[in-house]
Design a protein around this ligand. Structure first.
Ligand code: ZN
Ligand code: ZN
Ligand code: ZN
Ligand code: ZN
Ligand code: ZN
Length: 244
């Protein structure tokens, strides 16, 4: 969107006007047909058109180029009033430096710094506003450490504030202790379950060993019986041999 031509001092060449918004070119781009437009104006136009609004020649975003250097120089040298002229700013400067001025202009509206305050004030009256802003705050003179909004100055009660904070801290601490307790309990629980499992495995193993043991014992017994049998047979054979 171009600059309002009313703000300019002296004659402005027709070639430095945007044919879409009729203002003085802002951030200009040039089509192959040499017609120039504000960047935002021509981009907006090309969303629904594909030609130059002046002469209907084909134009595409990729064909847009920066303005010729000599035109850019002419544009930059134009003199214009600050946008805050109606508020009282008397500044007239070149288009090239108007942005820098307006950023620092004492008549530009800026937001109040105080958190919660939605006021927009002229830069030059910010200090006056800050002195009376309802959202200004100051540290409690009684040393409780709180910053008090000036609107709540009379209601401020150090003891009540501190008590509320203490309550909050206490609740938070109780919560944290509860959480820690829950975590410990669940950890213990899982360990207990693990131990119970292990115990039953061990008991099974003991049972298994016991039955193996008794099988071995009975094997040993039958071996011993067989041995005894053999020995008797041998003794018998010995006797029979001697009798012969
Ligand atoms: Zn324009
Ligand atoms: Zn054209
Ligand atoms: Zn100004
Ligand atoms: Zn304020
Ligand atoms: Zn206090």
């Amino acid at each position: 969107m171009g600059y309002d031509i009313e703000r300019f001092v002296g004659y402005v060449n027709e070639g430095l006007l945007c044919s879409i918004c009729r203002g003085v070119l802002e951030d200009p781009l040039q089509a192959p047909c040499e017609h120039a437009f504000c960047s935002t104006c021509i981009h907006g136009w090309l969303v629904h058109h594909s030609n130059c609004p002046e002469d209907r020649q084909v134009v595409d975003v990729s064909l847009l180029r920066p303005l010729y250097r000599y035109m850019k120089n002419d544009l930059n040298r134009l003199q214009l009033h600050c946008k805050n002229r109606e508020s009282g700013c008397q500044m007239v400067c070149s288009l090239e430096s108007i942005d820098r001025h307006e950023k620092e202009c004492e008549y530009s509206l800026i937001p109040c710094f105080n958190v919660g305050c939605t006021a927009q004030v002229e830069r030059r009256s910010l200090d006056a506003h800050l002195a009376v802003c309802e959202y200004r705050s100051h540290e409690c003179p009684n040393g409780c450490g709180y910053f008090i909004l000036s609107a709540e100055d009379i209601q401020h009660n150090c003891v009540a504030e501190l008590r509320t904070e203490l309550e909050l801290l206490r609740t938070e601490m109780i919560c944290r202790v509860e959480e820690a307790k829950h975590e410990m309990e669940s950890r213990l629980d899982s360990q207990r379950r693990h131990m119970v499992q292990k115990e039953s495995v061990l008991l099974n193993q003991i049972e298994e060993l016991k039955s193996q043991m008794s099988r071995l014992m009975s094997d040993v017994c039958s071996l011993m019986a067989a041995e005894r049998q053999h020995r008797q047979e041998l003794e018998q054979a010995e006797l029979e041999k001697r009798e012969l």
